[in-house]
Design a protein around this ligand. Structure first.
Ligand code: NDP
Ligand code: OXD
Length: 313
């Protein structure tokens, strides 16, 4: 079995070492420009077009992340980049779900207990107890009830806040009030106090965090965006903060990453910024999952995590 690897800014030697341990029979190589030698599998993160175009020998492409928006954007820009018969397979959890649950729960509790405001009071040397937010109306709405969203929703619900979830098809998750499809979108949003975004970035979900969406939330709501920067209309967020419709936001993802030094978000104290770290790709778990799926495909078996290219996730 021949495996091509491409992951910019990663320790390629360490990844190849771990793959070699998991699949001792495999021949592994890091892809270099001009490499068109045969391969069975490509393991990639944000690959250049030349790596994949015309590679009809591939049995599958493994995306080293949960989101496939970047690789699908490449296909959209240059149709035919993805070999026709090789499925695109994404990571499923591989340790990202608990990280995401920690990140989002931390942000939700910070707002519930008003630590963001206590931080400001401390900077002004003011000793003042704030009226607590009532937990029973501190409704958290999670956009996306997939591998990550479902675990986030359940973890947040364990702290006693009402939790709603929104997906494309109907889902049933213990302790979560579920909404599905466009016709239930407004009912999902109405009165939500903390909106968490864990949707994939697709043609249907781009710009979903916009003025209209914010206007349906409770006055003084909070936004937590951990999915993709392309979901957020940036100017609408700044205006919603200025009007008080939103009280604060925690953002882990941005339209342009790294966030440019002159971006207005850096100047807005009610926006908390982290550098796309809410759920990092973990090498050990990812190699184990990908290696297991490669072995299954070699035996002619099906695997989960296959992306529906038309749907975009
Ligand atoms: P999944 O594919 O498992 O879940 C996607 C969820 O979104 C599903 O519930 C799906 O509905 C729902 N959905 C998709 N399109 C729509 C739509 N048009 N309307 C309503 N619901 C929709 O993805 P994951 O949970 O694994 O990951 C989610 C995203 O998180 C990734 O795509 C990625 O962008 C982001 N991410 C960010 C990271 C970070 O570090 N910031 C790390 C990892 C991921 P249905 O259940 O019906 O299919
Ligand atoms: C992912 C990410 O999609 O890291 O996995 O953002």
């Amino acid at each position: 079995m021949k495996i091509l690897f491409y992951m910019p800014h990663a320790d390629a030697a360490a990844w190849l070492h771990d793959f070699a341990r998991a699949l001792p029979e495999a021949e592994l190589r890091e892809w270099q420009t001009g490499d068109t030698a045969p391969a069975d599998f490509a393991v990639v993160w944000r690959p250049p077009r030349e790596m994949l175009a015309g590679r009809d020998d591939l049995r599958a492409i493994f995306n080293l992340g949960a989101g496939v928006d970047a690789i699908l954007a490449l296909e959209h820009e240059h149709p035919g980049t993805l070999p026709r018969n090789a499925p695109l397979i994404r990571l499923e959890d591989t340790g990202m779900a608990p990280q995401m649950a920690e990140y989002v729960t931390h942000a939700v509790l910070r707002y519930l207990r008003r630590f963001d405001e206590y931080q400001t009071l401390q900077s002004e040397r003011r000793w003042q107890v704030l009226e607590p937010h009532p937990r029973e109306t501190f409704t958290v709405g999670v956009l996306g009830l997939g591998v990550l969203g479902a675990q986030v929703a359940q973890t947040v619900a364990s702290f006693g806040m009402p939790v709603r979830g929104y997906s494309r098809s109907a889902r049933q998750i213990d302790g979560i009030t579920a909404f599905a499809g466009e016709t239930q979108f407004d009912a999902f949003l109405d009165g939500v106090k903390v909106l968490v975004n864990l949707l994939p970035h697709t043609p249907d979900t781009g710009d979903v965090l916009n003025k209209r969406t914010f206007s349906r939330l409770a006055k003084g709501a909070y936004l937590i965006n951990v999915a993709r920067g392309g979901h957020l209309v940036e100017q609408d967020l700044l205006e919603a903060l200025a009007s008080g419709q939103l009280a604060a936001a925690t953002l882990d993802v941005f339209r342009e990453e790294p966030l440019p030094p002159d971006h207005p978000f850096w100047q807005e104290p009610r926006i908390t910024i982290t550098p796309h770290m809410s759920a990092l790709t973990l090498r050990e778990e990812s190699v184990a999952q990908v290696a297991r799926k490669m072995a299954a495909l070699m035996r002619g078996e099906g695997v989960s995590g296959v992306v529906d290219v038309e749907r975009g996730y």
